[in-house]
Design a protein around this ligand. Structure first.
Ligand code: ADP
Ligand code: MG
Length: 579
């Protein structure tokens, strides 16, 4: 894992060397001041040598300028290094996510993916540059201070350093407790966050059922847990800082008392004692840092672990090396004995076989949950089938590159997803390099042009997440315009008009009828008007395709289709039947 982490430093080696080189020198420079103070008190001041004092002053001034420059480099370029590594990792992760198959997204919460891309990588970035930097500074400071002190007065050095393990142990134990408290706090915070989100998102429901008091009660316990957890955290933090301060003072005191004794004995000079006290102050800083470093290391590595875990998820559906591009598709579609289940659970489709001729329109009807949407999502190979084969123009879709396969299939669904962006961009999603003329032609054919022109900024109107809201029918027309631009030979309409009112449906029906001209079309339909567009109807139930034929034929047969028809279509769509 660590090796994989180090790999991300590689492209930024010069920056790494600059940052850590400067941190190294800076830590070394901080050891000079106490040394100079000792020298001043013991050797220079007793001689009353004003010139040397001045010289030392000027020298130190110069040194401090250099130190500031180094600090600037470490602060700035260190963060630049971390940020660039984070950039690389984020790119890797984003690219990888888009290669993953639907199964992954079906089983992963968007919130988790988001927290990986944002929070986790931020932690990793912090560790990436503060980690080695702090480690360098700690090592240089501790070792440097030890040797200088040792050669000044070794007995006092040994006494001082013998206390350090106790301080370290205390810091480590308390730090662990603090981490637990922080973790607990974060999870309690996540709890109330999601509770607030839920309650606010559902505020209409809350109010219409006048359940404000119930919601408040539910929130109370979460809020209380968070408060308690926060109080616990501050308790541990207070203990930690009180303890660390106590030990810091204790070490100073030990140095002062023993140093005083050694001075009294005549084995130590005043300058040396002051030098010792200053060194103690200096190396206590990194010890505090060490606990933070350990915490960052744990957090950062845990995040990196999750990062690598995600990167190592293999896309389930890969192109065969010898997979072909398909370019001019005629549009014959065949299912041969297709069997499918999601994640090897109960099988959704069993032994499904049918053929659709080029340009033919086939309606699939059946009860909800029968597997109609599933069947359609197998054609662009969003999921891998367990048995049988699906062929387009007599070529197995497994022998076709996923890209060229999907380029030849257009899907219109009930839920339309619009990206944040202009109307123009959203239509052009069907063909990224479309010209303005092509976009307008597509919009006109989708019956979208006139409503777009009535928007405030026409094709430049901003829609999506933070843009203006469009009605269901308007969104659907944009999604149809996309498909006109894409111009695929095979078309799937999955309840494209189910959510629309009758008036809107009629308009969209016209566009869909035009869209399906000369394309092989599968329509999953809820309403008679849609079904009437079809040359043929297939009835899909849990038993498979149980009936097939024209509307009139199936009605006459008076079996499943006839029952579905009576239950679902007859009354609600009467006006359409008549028109
Ligand atoms: P229909 O479109 O005919 O209403 P679906 O194809 O959506 O039916 O669903 C068929 C069955 O597959 C249902 O039992 C449904 O619960 C299940 N299903 C649909 N999508 C998934 C999925 N992504 N993961 C697991 N099971 C699913
Ligand atoms: Mg469906």
């Amino acid at each position: 894992m660590l090796r994989r982490f180090i790999k991300y430093y590689k492209p930024h080696l010069p920056l790494f060397i600059l940052d850590f080189g400067c941190a190294f020198i800076m830590a070394g420079m901080d050891l000079i001041f106490p040394f100079v103070v000792g020298l001043m008190i013991d050797d220079i001041l007793p001689n009353k040598d004003l010139n040397t004092i001045l010289l030392v002053g000027v020298g130190m001034l110069f040194l401090y300028i250099i130190r500031s420059v180094l600090q600037y480099i470490v602060d700035y370029y260190g963060h630049v290094l971390g940020t660039r590594m984070e950039f690389d990792m984020r790119k890797d992760l984003f690219d990888h996510l888009h290669n993953l198959s639907f199964n992954y997204f079906d089983n992963t919460k968007t919130g988790h993916i988001m927290s990986r891309l944002v929070n986790d990588l931020n932690e990793i970035s912090e560790l990436a540059h503060h980690g080695p930097e702090d480690l360098f500074i700690i090592i240089v400071t501790l070792i440097g201070a030890f040797f200088i002190m040792f050669f000044t007065h070794w007995p006092l050095t040994l006494i001082t350093f013998s206390i350090l393990p106790v301080v370290l142990l205390f810091a480590v134990i308390k730090n662990k407790k603090m981490q637990e408290a922080f973790r607990n706090l974060r999870s309690k915070l996540a709890d109330i966050n999601s509770q607030v989100e839920d309650s606010i998102a559902g505020v209409r429901v809350v109010k219409s059922f006048t359940n404000e008091v119930y919601e408040a009660d539910k929130f109370k316990s979460g809020n209380e847990n968070f408060k308690n957890s926060k109080e616990d955290t501050f308790k541990v933090m207070a203990e930690f800082y009180a303890g660390v301060t106590y030990f810091a003072n204790f070490i100073h005191l030990v140095v002062l008392i023993f140093g005083g004794y050694f001075i009294y004995q005549g084995t130590m000079t005043t300058g040396a004692l002051i030098k010792f006290l200053l060194y103690v102050s200096i190396f206590l800083q990194p010890i505090k840092k060490l606990t933070i470093l350990m915490e960052n290391y744990q957090k950062g590595m845990a995040c990196f672990h999750r990062f690598v875990e995600t990167l190592e998820i293999e896309p389930e559906i890969l192109d065969k090396p010898e997979a072909k591009e398909i370019t001019s598709v005629i549009g014959e579609l065949a299912f041969n004995d297709v069997t499918f289940s999601y994640n090897n659970r109960k099988s959704v489709l069993q032994n499904i076989s049918f053929k659709v001729k080029p340009g033919e329109t086939v309606a699939i009807v059946g009860p909800s949950g029968a597997g109609k949407t599933t069947l359609c999502s197998l054609i662009p190979r969003f999921y891998e089938i367990d048995g049988g084969s699906i062929k387009i123009d007599q070529v197995d879709i497994k022998d076709i590159t996923q890209k060229s396969l999907r380029q030849n299939i257009g899907i219109v669904q009930q839920d339309v997803f619009l990206f944040s962006g202009s109307v123009r961009e959203n239509i052009a999603y069907g063909k990224i390099d479309a010209t303005d003329e092509e976009i307008i032609v597509a919009a006109k054919r989708a019956n979208a042009h006139s409503f777009i022109m009535n928007l405030e900024k026409g094709y430049d109107t901003y829609i999506g997440e933070r843009g203006i809201k469009l009605s269901g029918g308007q969104k659907q027309r944009l999604s149809i315009a996309r498909i006109f631009l894409k111009n695929p030979q095979i078309l799937i309409l999955d309840e494209a008009t189910s959510a629309l009112d009758n008036e809107t449906e009629k308009v969209i029906q016209e566009s869909l009828a035009e869209l399906s001209q000369n394309r092989t079309t599968l329509i999953i339909a809820h309403r008679l008007a849609t079904i009437k567009m079809a040359d043929r109807i297939m009835v899909l139930t849990e038993e498979g395709i149980v009936e097939e034929g024209s509307h009139d034929y199936l009605l006459e047969k008076d079996n499943i289709y006839a029952r579905l028809y009576k239950a679902q279509f007859s009354d609600i769509t009467q006006d359409i039947v008549l028109s």
